[in-house]
Design a protein around this ligand. Sequence first.
Ligand code: GCW
Length: 739
Amino acid sequence: MKRIFFFFYFILSALIATAEDGYNLWLRYNKIDNGNLLLQYSSRISGIQFNNTTATLKVAKEELEIGLQGLLAKKIPDQINIVNGSIVAGTPSSSAFISASFKNKELSDLGKEGFIIRTAKSNQKNITIITANTDVGVLYGVFHFLRLLQTHQNIQQLNIISVPKIQNRILDHWDNLNRTVERGYSGISIWNWHELPDYIDQRYIDYARANASIGINGTVLTNVNANALVLTKDYLVKAAALANVFRPYGIKVYLTAKFSAPLEIGGLKTADPLDASVQNWWKQKVDEIYQYIPDFGGFLVKANSEGQPGPQNYGRTHADGANMLADALAPHNGIVMWRAFVYDVRVQKSTENFDSSITDPNAQTIASADRFKQAYNEFKPFDGKFRKNVLVQVKNGPIDFQPREPFSPLFGAMPQTPLMMEFQLTQEYLGQGTHLVYEAPLFKEVLDADTYTNAKGSTIAKIIDGSIDNYSITGIAGVANIGNERNWTNHPFGQANWYAFGRLAWDHDLTAAQIADEWIKQTFSNNKQVVNTIEKIMIASREAVVNYMTPLGLHHIMATGHHYGPGPWVDNLARADWNPVYYHHADLFGIGFDRTATGSNALAQYKKEVSDQWKDSNNIEEKYLLWFHHVSWNHKMNSGKNLWGELCAKYQEGVDSVRWMQHQWNGLKNFIDEEKFQQVKMFLSIQGKEAVWWRNACLLYFQTFSKMPIPAGYEKPDHILEYYESLKFPYAPGNGGNN
Ligand code: GCW
């Protein structure tokens, strides 16, 4: 009997050991499964000398202990004396050895967050040193060292010096106080506001660990479509509890500031930024916040956009609004991240007593223009007019996180205003919670794009890291894809986008392939076949989604509201620029948005070198063609096909890529734990179906204009257009109630 029990116990624990639910993300620390390497690591790592004198050093030491214990499958002792294989970690103030061994200059070059990992000899002993100027630098060094082991790197001769290129590396949560998440596809918000501040979920700690492991140092807890209540005492106390959890991990908390808060929660009659009582209200509010959260990071603000109130309600400018908040934050070293995602000029009434009588005098002129141009038109005139602690946060493209966009023309156009990048990790327009789309190639395409602002080589990466315009403050944000799903991101590969964002925010020189490689090894396995296959899938996935949704420069043709699935036919929304027909302009002649001099001339917002590349429909890179040109269905493409034929080919290519991804994945059955294998397999099958849906719906619709057949040899749609037009998904997730 006993024996049988033990047998089952054994089977059960083996199962538990291999079933992976994804909760541990890339911090699995499983035992190194390569015997030789394990021997090598064990001989190099005999113990640690690590004084945990501060909260940050304490968590750093714990992480190192947990990580090494998992990876080497043995307990790692503390060492008082340095011996062969010691890891010595700390700062000059926490470690006498480090203070004696490092010159001040070498460490101060690391700044506030950089670290050194170095193999050295001390009295003939081989040791590894992890050091930094600051405690958090040591923490980053620890995570990097563990990454080296998890990815099976040789650690015999290390000399790594790593300093982040961008200062503020932030996740933006579009999480509401009722725990719904705008554009969230991973369950509900991880912030349990109701139970805070008393209940501290382990998830908060693991969230902080995960972020610190990739260098993310800030989190905006609340949605940019803001709720003023978060600025009341009840909620500040809750936010403070989260800040306490995150602090040791070097992560600052930020909140979204609703511009009408003085009216909504302050009892004032106006929110005019030039009104002394309003300015005073914000000053006191900010002082109060710092009482609860002494290292509060600052505010993220969406103003005069999609119904959010802002300074234009009072005939004031973005600069007036941002500067008022900046003045309140400056004494505490807080910052304002003021978003440039603006396209709402009809000032809307958003709260009962909000003053909507004053409208922007330019409203009509701006409204008649191309939405593409609006952010530039509204912000460029204010270059140099913002306070020093204001960053203007710009989405990567001019419209809205499409599968592919040309870069926003604001980058390079505001040399005297720090511009911050906003990427979207959550896949609002990229297949949402069920499509495998690795976003690093998209991020890199944008970061590497050349704005020519000074000369050739003025890449966006160099603009946002401050090296071109000497910004004194720099930042990058990613709209989070995290929710309370056990594996955080719903799709196991959503984790890769969170990971890639952090890694690129730290070092934008890394390639998409390098980051994929690291992530796969830590998340799945170091097995070559696994790594190569998954890497190929990931790298191909971005172009696949472009092809089956919006090839050749099509954009914003998703369904209304939830943006789930195709809706190129939609033409009945209140604002012209919410309608897909506004973006593709398909007619009997052709398709595409003329943004050249004969059209909206948005191209004129770019430097000449850039607009020269894009202004001619016969020369433009075809991936951007329909972004800038309205061309005939018979337009001759590089392939020799006409535009209609090329569109058919691209949609089919997208579908074929997903099938190829499915096939590749299936080949990994024996290498991936069953739970994750099945999960990804099922998601890929949804993706396959939806790619076909996109292709069929779009081709049938565009065919009503092109009047040409889908060429022989391609699969034919299995329904008629009316069927696709009739599909409704009232409960598709993530609908924030906006356009
Ligand atoms: O992409 C659009 C989304 C909105 C979002 C808005 C924004 C938070 O559809 O849901 O609102 O962008 O970025 O402000």
